[in-house]
Write a protein that binds this ligand. Structure first.
Ligand code: 13P
Ligand code: ZN
Ligand code: NA
Length: 283
């Protein structure tokens, strides 16, 4: 059965590991993440941006993930990533989605709170967990593009107020990561993360984990990160291998066969990230 991310993230918080949230796009990428995670005994968060849902359609993805959830003995959540519209979130909740992010981080503080509260009220009526974001990540995630100069770190004292007033179940923090890859190695503000952890009791979420060295992610997990979002580092090997296979095999015309190497390359990264998060052998 599909679940919310409540128990997953609270278990991770209690035992000090993190659940990786992998961005998926279609049947193939869902299969890769699910098979690899289930084989390793890791809980599964399959994340979709608004762009992914407009590409694949909400009902299609919902159905595929529900089938996935029946197949495996690990908990499976479909999670709405970086959603900004109440109506889109409501549509997915009405279809049975149990985990959502409302990203109102571009709004002024009080407006951010108002928008998130409305989502929390609807979500909690349906046993759905809500992730909010305070501060702003730089970089690009589908249609969401944030200039480096508009990025902003999370303020620890404000984070406590934000969680209390919105009623969110988890909090995405901005501590120096960005969406996409990095030109230079990112410097994470661990002191800030430690302070946020002291102020806030809900599980914390790290976005933009692609390109962040494993040691830095592990340190962040020790300091309270319970969910680690990974998108770009899966897309790149999948696409590179697919391109290579098609270039090397100009006669290839069977999508069931020519995606094999691409899926294997993606699976290797999924496994590496699960081990980085230490979410294996939990179920
Ligand atoms: P990356 O593309 O840097 O992995 O970021 C993923 C993310 O934060 C999805 O919400
Ligand atoms: Zn993100
Ligand atoms: Na990144």
């Amino acid at each position: 059965k599909m679940v919310s991310t409540r128990h997953m993230l609270l278990d991770a918080q209690e035992k000090r590991y993190a659940v990786p949230a992998f961005n998926i796009h279609n049947l193939e990428t869902i299969q890769v993440v699910a098979e690899t995670s289930a084989k390793l005994g890791s809980p599964i968060i399959l994340a979709g941006t608004p762009g992914t849902f407009s590409y694949a359609n909400r009902d299609y993805l919902q159905a595929i993930v529900e089938t996935t959830a029946k197949k495996y003995n690990v908990p499976v959540a479909l999670h709405l990533d970086h959603h900004e519209e109440f109506d889109a979130i409501k549509e997915s909740i009405d279809l049975g989605t149990k985990s959502v992010m409302i990203d109102a981080s571009s709004l002024p503080y009080e407006e951010n709170i108002e928008k998130v509260k409305k989502v929390v009220a609807y979500a909690h009526l349906h046993d759905v967990t809500v992730e909010g974001e305070l501060g702003r990540l730089g970089g690009r995630e589908d249609d969401l593009v944030v200039d480096e100069k508009d990025s902003m770190y999370t303020n620890p004292a404000q984070a406590a107020d934000y969680v209390a007033r919105t009623g969110i179940d988890s909090l995405a923090v901005a501590i120096g990561t960005a969406h996409g890859l990095y030109k230079e190695e990112p410097k994470l503000d661990f002191d800030r993360l430690a302070e946020i952890s002291e102020e806030v009791s809900v599980p914390l979420v790290l976005h933009g984990a692609s390109g962040v060295p494993g040691d830095a992610v592990r340190r962040a997990i020790e300091l309270g990160i319970c969910k680690v979002n990974i998108a770009t580092e899966l897309k790149i090997p999948y696409s590179q291998e697919l391109r290579k296979t098609l270039v090397e095999n100009p006669e290839a015309n069977d999508p069931r066969i020519y995606t094999k190497e691409a899926k294997e390359a993606m699976a290797a990264v999924v496994e590496e990230k699960i081990r980085m998060c230490n979410s294996q052998n939990r179920y």
